[in-house]
Write a protein that binds this ligand. Sequence first.
Ligand code: ADP
Ligand code: TYD
Length: 202
Amino acid sequence: MAGLFITMEGPDGSGKSTQIALLKQYLEKKGYETVLSREPGGTAISEKIRDVILDRENAEMGYRTEALLYAAARAQLVEEVILPALDAGKAVICDRFVDSSAVYQGIGRSLGIEEVYRINEYAIRGIMPDVTFLLDLDAAEGLRRKRNQAELDRMESESQAFHEAVAEGYRMLARKYPDRIKRIDGSASIAEIHEQIIRELP
Ligand code: ADP
Ligand code: TYD
């Protein structure tokens, strides 16, 4: 596998989509054919699963069901998009990946990080990012940014405490995997964050 697999992580509203668009331009200038994807979603099937997960009417969804649905959406994305693109030598930039499940389901929902990675091993078949950028932003600030954009979905409507646990969970993950996960101050300017991401590319 000769491609480059990059994931962007961080709380809701931390600037992931913004940075992914800039990184794509940069990589294409460098000659990489670049594929963008988002989670949950990125394939027709995964987008349908996304609708089920994020529908605010699904208030009774169990946490294990939620974790398995994220993993199922991810399995389809790996099989249909990520693996073929990496095999073809392309760069893949994914808006969220398995670390989101580790933090939101493992910590936010208290299912346990190890348990969540374990159920995801089956879905991702050993495919892990070459580098992961964590846009570290205060949870409340991220949601403030989001609220300006659209109505909040089922996950975004979770409590302030949930989102703070998520933001802290990400910092913990970055300390645990310092070689792979690069923490970046998400409150810096868009241009500053972009520069730092480029400096940290493998
Ligand atoms: P995410 O994909 O992580 O949810 P977005 O990239 O959609 O985040 O950004 C959420 C909102 O915050 C958008 O309105 C975007 O323009 C704005 N934004 C992104 N990066 C920054 C930044 N560094 N400083 C201030 N606002 C930002
Ligand atoms: P999305 O709306 O695409 O992210 P953002 O709001 O940052 O643009 O993500 C959907 C929600 O799903 C988001 O609140 C994070 C959550 N999520 C999980 O709980 N577990 C996961 O494995 C993934 C990929 C996302």
